[in-house]
Design a protein around this ligand. Sequence first.
Ligand code: FAD
Length: 418
Amino acid sequence: MGNEPHVVILGAGFAGVAAMKMLRKAPVRVTVINKNDYQAFQPLLYQVATDVLSANEIGFPVRQMLHGHRAWAFHQAAVTGIDLGKRQVTVEGMEPISYDYLVIALGAVVNYFGTKGAAEHAFPLYTLADAERLKTHVLEGLEAVDKNPALIDDGALRFCVVGGGPTGVEIAGAMAELLDTELKQDYPNLPLDKAEIHLYEAGPQLLGPFKPGLRDYAKRALENLGVRVHLGVGVVAVESNRVHLKSGEMIKAHTLVWGAGLQANPLVSSLGIDLVKGRVPVNPDLSLKDHPEVFAAGDVAIVTEPKTSRPLPQLGSVAKQAGEHVGRTIAGLLRGKGRIPFRYRDRGTMATIGRGAAVAELPAGFTLTGPIAWMGWLLVHLVLLSGSIERSLTLRDWAWNILTRRRSKRIVVDVSRR
Ligand SMILES: Cc1cc2nc3c(=O)[nH]c(=O)nc-3n(C[C@H](O)[C@H](O)[C@H](O)COP(=O)(O)OP(=O)(O)OC[C@H]3O[C@@H](n4cnc5c(N)ncnc54)[C@H](O)[C@@H]3O)c2cc1C
């Protein structure tokens, strides 16, 4: 077994995990390296941030997923560099790791577009830690107002969201629902009716890539939940309790959620290849030019759809299918099979806007809104989650909690030493 080819997978997100699963029975040694010991299901991060689900319901342990594999190693560590010439990966706290095949599936990171103070004071929503941080901040903010109601005039009950894409729309809707649930029972003396949620989008509309009818629906659905939508309004600077708009206006707010943008994992700049929009360009089989033993999949890669000549979106479904393709290709190569181009099976693009409301654009050009679109979202994400009973249970719990307006047990555990 020791002489078997060594496949190193960087990142255990949608793409890395999918590649890993396809290599389960292949005659290879697999080493997976991921910063955390779990895969986070990002589409439900905002449910953790708004307390509908707990963190362990959307984090799946990587070591457990590897149990059925023939020969595997997992390291919870940060990858620090990739040397394509030496066929080696450098990892924090470890000797360099050599590979025969490499899968780069390191995902994306938040992009603040240089907005002053955003890295220090905004709350991004890209990792499980981000979701927990946001939830704790909101709950601690309510406790602070409970002790000192004067904070309301300073913006403690004003929640701002930047970005009118799916992330911004989903978190704004979820926050509106959080403030309208049993929080009112938990804080009977707080004037939660005075709480405001503002969504700022620099462009002229919400959900830019969606069809106009869906964009209008999303705006109406958010406004029905009480969210104030500001289109064509850019945020230029953030402080811990102030948001500065491009118009020069200053908003008093203690919370600004950043849902405005992503960039590919900056680590790929160490590859020494020409990146496209910061992402790794790939051959039709998802391998790198001049490096047939190296593959890139998921948010980190830029894959052009042959029919439209446009890049595929940075979505979990694209990442999962690309990861499966890479794993299948490596397993096939070892059995003497050839390489085939990656084809994405589009299941549609969707966004939810609170309980029972969603927009969906299906591959055939159909569009859906309302509860039917929401059910469609649920089905598509069931497929994304598929793979173990616990994953399906997560979605069942989520749907149940949403339908019954139940929240997880709301406590804040302070883990700082003091
Ligand atoms: C809030 C939110 C909601 C979303 N909703 C949807 C949705 O409804 N439907 C949908 O299809 N998609 C959705 N997406 C997009 C989807 O989650 C991503 O496209 C998908 O996660 C990309 O998969 P990936 O494997 O490329 O990257 P990821 O899933 O991000 O995985 C990358 C992995 O690499 C690890 N990593 C990064 N850097 C290092 C390093 N230096 N060393 C070691 N490990 C590292 C990370 O910890 C992570 O585990 C959403 C994303 C967000 C943020």
